[in-house]
Design a protein around this ligand. Structure first.
Ligand SMILES: Cc1cc2nc3c(=O)[nH]c(=O)nc-3n(C[C@H](O)[C@H](O)[C@H](O)COP(=O)(O)OP(=O)(O)OC[C@H]3O[C@@H](n4cnc5c(N)ncnc54)[C@H](O)[C@@H]3O)c2cc1C
Length: 496
């Protein structure tokens, strides 16, 4: 018998008194309650690995005793109500790509796999798209392009589209349209109170606000409807990749800085700084996506080409293929669980060239001295402000509209023993980036967070009071507390 009791009682952030339920008991109870076509198994069952959504390789994964895959929204409701009544922790899973270390606080709970909610339907005449709570970005892109439309999509095709939307959802076309959540029109949610509600500007507008940036704190979105837009440039974009030797980093930063305040909405700039002895040590990859005519795109990036990169690859790609083709196709690696991922991040509100040059020098020295650090990459997403600014700051819980760069520090450990050194290095680089950010306090896009930051960093101090008050209404038992929780580590009930 697998006892959930002792581990539930040990949780710091769950304020429930637990009943003594075994995993077997939970399986039996849920099987009785859920509709045909739903599936409930013990996590020790062979079907768990075969039939349930795996999690991206993270160092502190949640630990499940039971896995449930509901067929209907009323099944989702049943699981939430059952878990609440019996004080059993659970985590909804869409694409399984969430990686915050806060997920590791869930010990021995229920995996609520939304895998059956994967439909994507585009209504071209109405310019809308409706997706299930576990639809993947790749399926969204294909369906939207087939209808002659577009919408912001992240740079990894395997992430859950709804999951990303819950925190905002940013990608190369954010320069045109803002976050994924900015295009959200309505969502069907099962809240922490076990109710099924529709959220939109007209219905539960307070929860609608919270869902767009902090949604995973309040409930589970089973169906989401978005606005989609007529395809720009006939649904095609210029994709330019180039590799620069490390000694050119100052010139690359200066060019990146030159776009701040004047970056065309159609242009996205992604940079990656890494280390490879075969490339002479430190190197940079630049990726430029331009949603417009090729000649215009090439004109814009000509200053980067003038630096004479070591390698250049320029192609015209269909909009749906942008995430998979960008950065020499390396973004596809995000689909394959493998090395332990050691992520950190910091928003930048300016491009401070001297500080970035000294950061690059520091990385070069540290990585040449210690081969164990060489898997570290700083990834830099610089989207045009137009899309973010066409939506009022007060329209959603997403607090990062004025970020100039979403910087990530990604470490990849082949073995668990390498994680501590990579984590120390990642934290160190984050501190240095933060000092160069133009802000006194660390701010981090919630979906890029390590999980050790304060809620103020994810949601901003000015939004927290409102977000916490909404917990008391929609999730008073704090059931949704395992992913960058607005109540923080010690929060139990709103106001408690
Ligand atoms: C390789 C990689 C690349 C990435 N690139 C980008 C990017 O370009 N842009 C970007 O914005 N983000 C990016 N992300 C971050 C991504 O948005 C988050 O990891 C997000 O959580 C993924 O959603 P998911 O459904 O796959 O994750 P899950 O792990 O399934 O979910 C993460 C959290 O969201 C909740 N959740 C998931 N689905 C729902 C739902 N339907 N209703 C309510 N809550 C839900 C879960 O309960 C959990 O708390 C990337 C992540 C990875 C690993």
């Amino acid at each position: 018998m697998v006892s959930i009791l002792s581990l539930v009682l040990g949780l710091a952030c769950l304020c429930h008194v637990s009943l003594a339920l075994s995993g077997e008991q939970v399986v039996q109870d849920l099987q009785r309650r859920l509709s045909p076509g739903s599936k409930v198994v013990l996590a020790s069952d062979a079907a768990f690995a075969k039939d349930f959504t795996p999690r991206f390789s993270i160092t502190t994964p949640p630990v499940f005793v039971v896995a449930a895959k509901p067929r209907l929204v009323t099944d989702v409701q049943q699981i939430v109500r059952y878990a609440s009544r019996n004080h059993v922790p659970f985590l909804a899973t869409g694409g399984g790509h969430g990686y915050s270390s806060t997920l590791g606080r869930l010990r021995h709970g229920i995996l609520l796999d939304l895998g059956h909610f994967d439909a994507v339907e585009v209504d071209a005449a109405a310019n809308t798209m409706t997706v299930g709570g576990a639809a993947r970005s790749v399926n969204v892109s294909s369906a939207v392009q087939a209808a002659g439309k577009e919408i912001p999509v992240g740079q990894c095709i395997c992430i859950g589209y709804a999951g990303a939307t819950m925190g905002g959802g940013i990608g190369p076309y954010s320069g045109l349209y803002g976050t994924q959540s900015d295009s959200l029109l309505s969502a069907e949610m099962v809240t922490g109170t076990g109710d099924i509600v529709t959220v939109s500007e007209a219905e539960h507008p307070d929860l609608f606000y919270a869902v767009k940036g902090a949604g995973f704190n309040y409930g589970i979105a089973t169906s989401l409807t978005y606005a989609v837009y007529p395809a720009t440039n006939g649904g095609r974009a210029v994709n330019a990749d180039m590799i620069f030797p490390g000694h050119l980093n100052g010139s690359v930063w200066r060019l990146a800085a030159s776009f701040v305040g004047r970056q065309p909405k159609e242009l996205s700039i992604t940079l990656a700084v890494g280390y490879d002895p075969k490339l002479g040590g430190l190197f940079l990859i630049g990726n430029f996506i331009y949603a417009g005519p090729r000649a215009q795109g090439l004109d814009l990036i000509q200053p980067f080409l003038d630096l004479k990169p070591l390698n250049v690859s320029i192609s015209t790609v269909e909009w749906k293929d942008v995430p998979a083709k960008a950065v020499y196709g390396h973004t596809l690696a995000g689909c394959t669980p493998g090395a332990h991922y050691v992520p950190f991040a910091a928003n930048l509100y300016r491009v401070d060239v001297p500080s970035l040059v000294s950061l690059a020098n520091y990385m070069d020295e540290a990585m040449s001295a210690d081969p164990a650090l060489r898997s570290t990459i700083i990834a830099w997403a610089q989207y045009a402000p137009h899309g973010f600014q066409r939506h009022a700051d007060a329209s959603s819980a997403f607090p990062h509209r004025d970020a100039v760069v979403f910087a990530q520090i990604d470490g990849f450990a082949e073995q668990a023993a390498q994680v501590p050194a990579l984590a120390r290095f990642g934290r160190d680089l984050r501190r240095r980036l933060q000092r160069a950010s133009g802000r006194d306090a660390l701010a981090v896009y919630a979906h890029f967070a390590h999980g050790d930051e304060a809620p103020e960093a994810w949601y901003s101090a000015s939004r927290l009071a409102r977000l916490r008050a909404l917990k008391a209404v929609y999730d008073p038992e704090n059931l949704f507390s395992y992913y960058n929780p607005v109540l923080g580590r010690s929060g139990c009930r709103a106001g408690a």
